[in-house]
Design a protein. Sequence first.
Length: 259
Amino acid sequence: MTTLTAIVVFALLGGVLSAAIAGLFLLLPERRRVQSLPHMVSFATGALLGAALLALIPHAVMGAGLLKVHSIGVALVVGIGVFFVLEKFLLWRHCHSEDYETHEAHEQHRRQASGVLVLAGDALHNTLDGVLIAAAFLTDFHLGVVTALAIMAHEIPQEVGNFAVLLHAGMSRRRAFAWNIATSFTAVIGGVAAYFGLREALGLLPYALAIAAASMLYVAVADLIPGLHRRSDTRASIAQVALITLGVVVVSFAESHAH
């Protein structure tokens, strides 16, 4: 399998397959779906942390060389800062949209707009995922596999949430599923574009890996973990710790046995 073929295949797995699994997940009874989602988020948190800290960052450091470790650290800080600003901007736009629609009392239009924004945001997110997968595969085949699996672990619960928003916006299940699948193909576009772009600038690969790690760390620490803290009872906390640990162990096992 060539590198480009691997990027296309695993970008499809990370994007389209995760959306398809999310669609199947929504066929479950609502009660079971609500009960299962927090467990999926816990596992995804561990998978993202493991992929970033045990796979991507070590490969970035090795690729750049010990004399440029500080530069990798700078890339990590910059990456986290960029994702913070991006999320802040999206929250700002959302809050202003909410205020406007409240004053205008266009509840239905607001729901429809939310659906469009979710699709646009998901398309951009999947494109970036494709770029990250390509950067990993261009560095090492097995690192690409680990990165794609970690992204997929995070994408499934996220796609479930997107599906719920689209249904709330008034779409039928079939139409919402079709749009979710369609936006998932942007992961392939991002992967192929990055393959040709990064091949011409191999010296940037370690820094691309650092940005990828920053993305995973930010999602895990800023988005997923705060949501897990909303459930503070002993039983839920033990389950969260166990599933986060399982996510880290699975990624660590995949990385250590890939070479």
